[in-house]
Structure formats: C-alpha cells, structure tokens
Design a protein around this ligand. Structure first.
Ligand code: SF4
Length: 159
C-alpha cells in the first residue's frame, strides 16, 4: 500500500490545526492540479503499521486536538479505498472524538450511487465533512477556505 505523505501540523487544510494524510494515486489529472506527484499509484511511500501508529499518536500531540484531514491523490479511487478505510477506521476506533474531513474529486451524488460498496460506505459513515467535486482550473478561487474551485462543496455528513 502506498501513500503520498503526512503533514503533522497543518494550518491550511481546515479550521484550526490538522494532521493531513495524503493518499497516493489519482487518475483524474485535472489541469492545474497542485499535487501531480500524487498521480502515480506506484509513487509515494510504503504504508506501514508505524505510519498508522504515528498518525494516531500525533492527532492529539502536545495537548492540541487536531482535525484529521484526508486528501490526495484521490482517497476514494478504487485502488485507495482499502487504505483510506483502514486509516479512517483505526483513527475513529482509537479516537472517537476526532473530526475527520475528506477531499474527493467525486461529487456526493456520484458517491451515493456507490453506497453498495462496503468500504466506501464505511468511510462515508465515519467522516464528518466531505469536500467534493473535481478541481476546475477555470473556476479557481483562492479566496475561499478548503476549496480550490467554486464548483467544490463543503458538506457536513455526520455531526
Ligand atoms: S482530483 Fe485532486 S489530486 Fe487528482 S488531479 Fe484533480 S486536483 Fe489533482
């Protein structure tokens, strides 16, 4: 299993401080993508138990409660579903109060048609906020928090 990287103290992804996990692999190749190094499913780094332990240990490190942010790459691409579910399920089990935000190029309506996929449903049942829709360079707007283009939406799934 491959992942692209982790930012342990991310002040840009979501309100407050976040720990951000980047999945590896994305077949969309949106023009203007800021993370083209995450496109190759064989790129990035090997995911290990130590990486998972480090995520859980660092979410509340130094008494700071962080939001857990998951982005890519494409966390909900078929190749990444197993790892995305594994990481989110373990975080939720160890730290039930942690808020989880996930960014995806799929729209929520498209994902609803895939609810029969157990791993996808497991993920969507656990995340609090979904930022959906693919990045569109012609709709780019850097003034809005958490999105890159104005077609993208910030949806609260679970409170
Ligand atoms: S979905 Fe995200 S990671 Fe993939 S190409 Fe588009 S902007 Fe880049």
């Amino acid at each position: 299993m491959r992942y692209a990287g982790i930012i342990k103290n991310d002040l840009a992804a979501a309100p407050g401080v976040s720990l951000t996990f980047f999945t590896q692999g994305c077949s969309r190749h949106c023009p203007g993508c800021h993370n083209p190094q995450t496109w190759d499913f064989c790129g990035g780094k090997e995911f290990t138990q130590d990486v998972l332990d480090s995520i859980i240990e660092n979410l509340y490190a130094n008494g700071i409660k962080r939001t857990f942010c998951v982005m890519g790459g494409e966390p909900l691409e078929n190749e990444n579903l197993f790892l995305t579910d594994l990481v989110i399920s373990n975080v939720k089990q160890a730290l039930p109060d942690v808020e989880i935000y996930l960014w995806t190029g799929y729209t929520y309506e498209t994902l609803q048609r895939r609810f029969n996929e157990p791993r996808l449903k497991s993920i969507l049942d656990k995340i609090n906020v979904l930022v959906d829709g693919e990045y569109k360079e012609e709709l780019r707007d850097i003034t809005k928090p958490m999105i890159g283009s104005i077609n993208q939406r910030i949806l609260t799934l679970n409170k």
